[in-house]
Write a protein that binds this ligand. Structure first.
Ligand code: CO
Length: 215
């Protein structure tokens, strides 16, 4: 297949996808056009092998999505912060999920001592996570194991970053949601692993410095 044929094929596949969905639920697209009520906000990596709807078994309309390299939530990233703000304040999602994945190229790059040009500032946020946890990470002698652990720790740290946001704290104190969860997807066997992020315990811990609701 030529590149152009691959491109053209997408429109053919789109028609088939529409037909399949209409067969399952003739009103689906009318309902979706009217409104969205996703219960989940998913923040994951842009990696083409990790597709949120597919790995979670969710249909269109069921998950609000933000993706970037290595599933980061940086406190100056207007894009990620706007998505979270809208998801919490307007959509009133019940769960915010940070989903990392093993074999993450972004995390691997951040472990290399190399100049990645304009990617450096982004990778620096991942290096900062390494730096924060370097005692634990440096104690792991096997490089692959250390890499896997950094992926888990980075996911954890992004969960914490979500909890530093005022709207997340305020909504949780007032409504009991959203809860924040950390997952790691394993590309090799397609399994989702729940890191069992201790949301309530972590909130207690970070409150001392990061509470900004005054509640
Ligand atoms: Co990745």
């Amino acid at each position: 297949m030529t590149d152009q044929e691959k491109y053209d094929n997408i429109f053919k596949a789109n028609k088939e996808w529409i037909e399949k969905n209409k067969k399952d639920n003739p009103k689906l697209f009318d309902l979706l056009a009217a409104e969205q009520h996703p219960e989940f906000l998913y923040i994951g990596c842009s990696d083409s092998r990790v597709h949120p709807n597919q790995i979670m078994g969710l249909k269109p309309g069921e998950v609000f999505i933000h993706r970037n390299i290595a599933n980061m939530v940086n406190s100056t990233d207007l894009n990620a912060l706007s998505v979270i703000n809208y998801a919490v304040e307007t959509l009133k999602v019940k769960f915010i999920i940070i989903c990392g994945h093993y074999e993450c190229g972004g995390v691997r790059a951040a472990m290399e001592h190399k100049d990645f040009g304009m990617l450096n500032p982004w990778l620096c946020s991942i290096r900062d996570v390494y730096n924060l946890h370097k005692l634990e990470l440096n104690a792991i002698s096997d490089k692959e194991q250390r890499y896997r652990r950094l992926i888990e720790i980075n996911t954890y740290e992004q969960c914490r970053n979500v909890m530093k946001l005022a709207e997340v704290q305020r909504s949780y104190y007032n409504n009991g949601y959203p809860k924040v969860a950390g997952w790691v997807f394993d590309i090799k066997d397609a399994k989702l692993h729940d890191l069992n992020f201790d949301f309530v315990g972590e909130l207690e811990q970070i409150k001392e410095v990061y509470d900004i609701t005054g509640e």
